[in-house]
Design a binder for this molecule. Structure first.
Ligand code: ADP
Length: 384
């Protein structure tokens, strides 16, 4: 935890009140930061931990305006926002961090792919279309080794908005359907040797704290586990750091930036980015000197990021994703060394309801204990 100087902008407004805002709310008092959230309902996860909540939709310009009038700086719990509304706040002089410019790379996958390709940042081979009749489509699909991956340019998260058609014909038919609601990114389906995530906290003046790389494990398009240290070579670690710094500067990120990478036979490729605390950084609450939640609040408040050195040789984080039956929080806590986090949400299958982190000297033992605890809590297992 940072014991550094107190932030100059003490009142932070967060658009959205999910578990990320909840965990920012938990650390905010230790930084003397007052947090107000814009929540959809009073049951939202962050309402219980933040100082103040106002109700409204993140897509409603009046609600955003209301939030902005209560705080010194506005930040985000998710990227399901309308960039025009965010730009309108900036035009009125509201301090928005990250800015609408930076956010645009996370809000719109088509924009991100094009901009990164132009900057020579490695991304999967892709084509963006807004119609199945686009004349480039057939050639692009023909040149791929198999069926592509299709991604809605906007609005997807946790694998929603990402589809894996089984055949060429199914791909064409799905592209037609998806184009009805906006641009579609069509992407080569890669052979993945693994997935890693790089977190960076960046201050307003560009100072960066680079977190240790982690491996992320996905099931059904959703992250279910992260492992520190990453199961990756020194070269991959160095490349992820280097690309992370390049991306952070390119998009002028402020606060936490998360970059998800694919490890492929052709090297490291960027999958996607987020400009907020990220699931791959939950382990930092116990696992590093300054958590991603503290660092996001510090950076958007105008401070330098705190030290991100790891506090143990290994850390495993397992998400609690609702199975059909809830388990027991108390039983989950009984597992030795398990830090169990409950997001205060009502139980629903496939919903992220909490997470468990275990630190240790050995990956194997941390892994076994983290899963034992998450299963006691009632998580869906890898097999479903
Ligand atoms: P979301 O934005 O909903 O998190 P992602 O684009 O990260 O979705 O995709 C979810 C998961 O799907 C990835 O973590 C990866 O496991 C898999 N995936 C995505 N794109 C590809 C691809 N081009 N090739 C192979 N697998 C992919």
């Amino acid at each position: 935890m940072s014991n550094g100087p107190q932030p100059s902008l003490r009142r932070v407004g967060i658009v959205g009140a999910g578990q990320l805002a909840r965990m920012m709310g938990e650390v905010a008092p230790t930084l003397a930061i007052h947090v107000t959230v814009l929540a959809d309902t009073l049951e939202d996860a962050a309402v219980a931990t933040c100082d103040e909540a106002i109700l409204g939709s993140p897509k409603d310009p009046l609600a955003l305006d209301h939030l902005a009038r209560l705080v010194d700086v506005v930040t985000f719990d998710h990227e399901l926002v309308d960039l025009e509304h965010v730009r309108a706040l900036e035009t009125r002089g509201v301090l928005v961090r990250p800015s609408a410019y930076a956010l645009s790379f996370a809000v719109d996958k088509a924009h991100q792919r094009r901009a990164f390709r132009d900057a020579e940042i490695p991304v999967p081979k892709f084509l963006v279309v807004d119609s199945v009749h686009d004349e480039r489509l057939r050639t692009f699909l023909d040149e791929l080794d198999g069926p592509p991956v299709l991604k809605s340019a906007r609005g997807g998260y946790d694998g929603r908005g990402v589809v894996f058609p089984a055949t060429y014909d199914e791909a064409v038919s799905l592209i037609g359907e998806m184009c009805a609601s906006g641009e579609v990114v069509i992407e080569e389906r890669l052979t993945l040797h693994g997935e890693v995530a790089q977190l960076i906290a960046r201050s307003v003046d560009g100072q960066m704290a680079i977190y240790p790389l982690v491996t992320t494990v996905q099931a059904n398009g959703m992250c279910i586990e992260t492992d520190y240290p990453a199961l990756a070579t020194t070269d991959v670690n160095e490349r992820a750091h280097e690309l992370g710094e390049q991306i952070a500067s390119l998009i002028d990120a402020v606060g936490v930036l998360a970059i998800e990478f694919f490890i492929t036979p052709a090297g490291l490729l960027v999958n996607e980015i987020a400009l907020r605390p990220h699931n791959s950084g939950h382990w930092t609450i116990e696992g590093t000197r300054t958590s991603q939640f503290a660092n996001h609040l510090l950076c958007v408040s105008g401070e330098e990021p705190g030290d991100v050195t790891a506090l143990a040789p290994c850390a495993v984080m397992v998400n609690v994703v609702g199975s059909d039956q809830p388990g027991s929080f108390e039983e989950a806590q009984k597992v030795e060394g398990a830090f169990v986090h409950d997001y205060g949400k009502s139980w629903r299958p496939d919903r992220k309801l909490g997470h468990v982190t275990v630190l240790g000297d050995s990956r194997e033992s941390a892994h076994v204990r983290a899963w034992r605890s998450a299963i006691a809590y009632g998580t869906r297992t890898r097999e479903g």
